[in-house]
Design a protein around this ligand. Structure first.
Ligand SMILES: *Cc1c(COP(=O)(O)O)cnc(C)c1O
Length: 407
C-alpha cells in the first residue's frame, strides 16, 4: 500500500481508525501520527496533498512568519450566556456586525503558541495550558466570557487534526503556529460588554528562525518617547489594542535603524519592562538569570516562564525583580528578547540618546534556547510536562464524519 494515497476522495472526510493489531502494525511502519488514517482534505498548491505531518509539501526551509492558507479554522460563538458547539470553516473571512464591539471599543485578545512534530512522530502543543490561563486573565480584565479549558482543548485538537498536513515535519526546524483569538462580535452602540463573542483558532505554518544554526543578534533602542503600558493598565493582557499602540513606536525605532526597542516603566522611565512583543532577560556577569517583576504592566511570557524553570534546572540563580536600567546595565553579560516566535533573540546593544552599551555572545542564553528546542523536538526529556500530545483521533470513532460541517 502506498504510504499516502493521492487526494481523490471527497474533501473533508476522516476515515475511522483501524482497530487493534492492524493499526499497531501500521503505526510501526510509519513514523507519522498514530491513530486514524486521515483521508486527504484538499488539493492545494496544485498537487495532491496526502495527510500526515509535513505532507502539505511546502518548501519548509523557506517558510518565514507569513500567512499561508491552510485547510481552515475553528470558530465558536457565545450568546445568551453560553458557547455554541463550534464549527470548522475553510473560508478565512468572518462576517461581523458593523457595531461589533471589537471595531469600536477594541474588546479583543489574542494568543499564540506552537505545535511540533517530534522525533517520536507525535504532534504536540507546547504549553498551551499557559496560553489558556493567560487568555482567561485577559477575559476577566476585559469583561469577556472565559473559554473553558474543555472548549479550548477541543478547538485546538480539531484545528490541528484538520491541518496536520501543515505541521512542519520533524527536522525542518519549523512549527505550526496556533493563533487563538476572541473578540466582542455582537452589536453594541454605547460602551458596554458585547452581547456576542467569537472565539477563533487558526493555524499557520512557520519556519525556523535559525536557518544557519546561528543566533542573529539585534541592536535595540531604549524607547524614551513612548510608554507601552501604564502601571495599573492592561499591559499584562494580550489585548489587541496594546499592539496597535506599539506600531508607531516600532516605526520610529526602525526608521532610526533599530529593529527592536526596549520599554522602561511609564512612571519613572527607570525600570526595565520589556521589548515590543517579547520579554526582557539578562544573564548577569555573575551568572544570574534576571527578568523584571512588573505584574500589571509586563506581559507574562510563557517562554520566559519556561526559561526560568530550565535555568533553575541548570543550577542558575533566577531573579524576578525590578531592574534599574541605568544602575544595572553594566552588569549584563548577555541580553535576550524572549517569546514564542523566536524563543530567544540575542540583543547586541542598547542605545539611549547618545550612549550605547554592548553585550557579549549569548552563551547561557544559547544553552537555554537549545534546552527548549530539545523539548519541543522531542529530543530532550520533558521533565515539566510542557508538551501536550494532541488528540488526533476523531471523537466519533468508527464513523465517518465531516470536519467541515459549515461548508
Ligand atoms: C506575546 C508577548 C510576549 C511573549 O509571550 P510568549 O508567551 O512567550 O509568547 C512578550 N511580550 C509581549 C508584549 C507579548 O505580546
Amino acid at each position: 500500500m502506498p504510504l499516502w494515497r493521492a487526494a481523490r476522495q471527497p474533501a473533508a472526510l476522516l476515515r475511522a481508525p483501524r482497530s487493534g493489531a492492524a493499526a499497531a502494525a501500521a503505526a510501526g511502519r510509519r513514523r507519522h501520527i498514530a491513530g486514524p488514517e486521515l483521508v486527504p482534505h484538499a488539493e492545494l498548491w496544485g498537487a495532491p496533498v496526502p495527510d500526515g505531518p509535513g505532507s502539505a509539501n511546502l518548501d519548509w526551509a523557506s517558510l518565514g512568519f507569513d500567512y499561508v492558507p491552510t485547510n481552515g479554522h475553528v470558530r465558536y460563538v457565545w450568546k445568551d450566556g453560553q458557547w455554541d458547539s463550534g464549527r470548522s470553516l475553510r473560508d478565512p473571512y468572518i462576517p461581523v456586525h458593523i457595531l461589533g464591539n471589537v471595531f469600536h471599543y477594541g474588546q479583543a485578545l489574542f494568543e499564540g503558541f506552537k505545535v511540533f512534530h517530534t522525533r517520536n512522530g507525535t504532534v504536540c502543543a507546547f504549553a498551551d495550558n499557559m496560553n489558556h490561563e493567560r487568555m482567561g486573565h485577559g477575559c476577566r480584565r476585559f469583561r469577556i466570557p472565559e473559554v473553558p479549558w474543555s472548549l479550548w482543548k477541543k478547538a485546538v485538537d480539531d484545528v490541528i487534526r484538520a491541518n496536520v498536513a501543515f505541521v512542519p515535519p520533524y527536522g525542518s526546524g519549523g512549527a505550526l503556529y496556533v493563533r487563538p483569538f476572541i473578540f466582542g462580535s455582537g452589536p453594541r452602540l454605547g460602551l458596554g460588554p458585547s452581547p456576542e463573542y467569537t472565539f477563533v483558532v487558526f493555524v499557520n505554518p512557520v519556519g525556523s528562525y535559525y536557518k544557519t544554526g546561528q543566533l542573529e543578534a539585534l541592536d535595540a533602542l531604549v524607547n524614551t518617547e513612548y510608554d507601552r503600558a501604564a502601571p495599573l493598565g492592561c499591559g499584562d493582557c494580550k489585548a489587541a489594542g496594546n499592539y496597535a499602540a506599539d506600531l508607531e513606536s516600532m516605526h520610529m525605532a526602525k526608521s532610526r535603524g533599530f529593529p527592536i526597542s526596549l520599554y522602561l516603566d511609564a512612571r519613572e522611565q527607570r525600570y526595565v519592562e520589556e521589548f515590543n512583543t517579547s520579554n526582557f532577560v539578562a544573564i548577569t556577569k555573575d551568572g544570574k538569570y534576571i527578568t523584571p517583576q512588573a505584574p500589571r504592566s509586563v506581559l507574562p511570557s510563557n517562554t520566559n516562564r519556561v526559561l526560568r524553570q530550565l535555568a533553575a534546572d541548570l543550577g542558575i540563580t533566577v531573579e524576578q525583580r525590578p531592574i534599574d536600567f541605568e544602575a544595572e546595565v553594566d552588569s549584563f553579560a548577555e541580553v535576550g528578547a524572549v517569546g514564542t516566535a523566536v524563543v530567544v533573540t540575542p540583543i547586541r546593544s542598547f542605545t539611549r540618546g547618545d550612549r550605547k552599551w554592548t553585550f557579549g555572545e549569548p552563551k547561557v542564553l544559547k544553552q537555554l534556547l537549545d534546552a527548549v528546542r530539545g523539548i519541543q523536538d522531542g529530543e530532550a526529556e520533558d521533565r515539566h510536562s510542557l508538551m501536550r500530545r494532541l488528540d488526533l483521533v476523531p471523537e466519533k470513532r468508527g464513523t465517518m464524519l465531516s470536519i467541515y460541517p459549515g461548508l
